[in-house]
Design a protein around this ligand. Structure first.
Ligand code: KG4
Ligand code: ZN
Length: 334
């Protein structure tokens, strides 16, 4: 029975149109991600209405391609899982409505997935035999959060950003430096050639007692620095700015893991691709006896495999499904 269980996953919460086919709970058959980044880069950020229309344009082709890639037809699907929040309302509605339509048409169950919970399932896909508990650090363009994963399906929000997400700050500083959106990877590259101690940027909330983050002030410090020093070397600015972001993320994540008596830290989201953050966390984890896990980048950045994995778990293990009246929830929390 379980061998024949195919889930179609759909993710359209921001600017990636993603479709996946999952077999059982962790056997990934197809993981397609079409990024709209090029379309939005000329505007310096995601334009919601443009994103919605492009999701609608692309989705039917991706679903067809995904089923072909998995060598199955619509009639083999047993479940449809689609992101219903958080994210941009228009883009969310496109994937959600499309997913509900397929489920209704085929007479199979539908499940709406919380995108934040979905990100945590990158770990389950990458390491199916390494169960929770663990501390999750979710760092992406839209989110920065520390989530205690007691078990899959059982979470505790430990800390979150009170303003900008880490990736958002990277993208905005990138814009100041004339780098195309999204700028994280290019800042990563520039920083490797710069001096991280060239400029002493603040480490926001680093010694505050809780586990919340704040990156808006840091971003403004970079803006003022660049106004005062218009010919500053972008490599030094990138390295110094990134050093601050990494100090804060690594410091809080390790401390939160320790404070909650956990032995494992799992880092997910697009910023988890950052080489400086990876190196630092690996080092700090080793020193503190904490195992630090970085699922492969294809599961960390926005994708539908994690949505399918989360949906299949909630349906098969927890026995859940969603009514077709489920609507988009742009500011959904965990
Ligand atoms: O998870 P993701 O693909 O989408 C969101 O849910 O936001 O994350 C995208 C973010 C962007 O802000 C991008 O600049 C950042 O991840 N990013 C990086 C790197 N690669 C992508 N940030 C730092 N270093 C990188 N190598
Ligand atoms: Zn995401």
């Amino acid at each position: 029975m379980m061998e024949d269980f195919y889930t179609l996953g759909i993710e359209t919460s921001c600017d990636e149109t993603a479709v996946a086919v999952l077999h059982g709970q962790t056997d990934l058959k197809v993981n397609l991600v079409y990024s709209q980044a090029k379309i939005h880069s000329r505007y310096g950020g995601v334009v919601p209405e443009v994103a919605s229309r492009d999701h609608l344009r692309k989705l039917p082709y991706l679903v067809k391609e995904a089923l072909e890639g998995a060598r199955i037809g619509f009639s083999d699907l047993k479940l449809v899982a689609a992101t219903f929040g958080p994210g941009l309302v228009g883009p969310l509605l496109v994937g959600l409505s499309y997913g509900k339509g397929i489920a209704f048409g085929r007479g199979i169950p539908f499940i709406g997935v919380n995108h934040l919970e979905g990100h945590l399932f990158a770990h389950r896909l990458a390491y199916p035999d390494d169960p929770p508990p663990f501390m999750g650090l979710l760092v992406s363009g839209g989110h920065t959060a520390l989530i205690k994963v007691v078990d899959y399906g059982s979470y505790q929000l430990v800390g979150t950003t009170i303003d900008d997400a880490a990736g958002e700050a990277l993208d905005k500083v990138g814009k100041m430096l004339g780098i195309d959106y999204p700028a994280g990877a290019e800042i990563d590259r520039l920083a490797a050639e710069g001096d991280p101690s060239a400029i002493d940027f603040p480490r926001p909330l680093i010694s505050s007692p809780g586990f919340d983050f704040s990156f808006a002030g840091l971003k403004t410090s970079v803006l003022y620095y660049l106004r005062k020093h218009p010919s500053a070397d972008p490599r030094d600015v990138s390295a110094s700015f990134l050093a601050s972001v990494v100090d804060v993320l690594a410091g809080k994540a390790i401390e939160a893991t320790r404070r909650h008596h956990l032995r494992k830290l799992v880092v997910v989201g697009g910023v988890a691709a950052n080489r400086h953050l990876r190196a630092r966390l690996a080092e700090d984890g080793k020193a503190r006896g904490i195992g630090v896990f970085f699922p492969p980048v294809r599961y960390c950045t926005d994708n539908a495999a994690m949505i399918a994995a989360c949906g299949a778990f909630r349906h098969l293990t927890l026995g859940e499904s969603s009514p077709l009246s489920l609507t988009a929830s742009p500011s959904l929390s965990i």
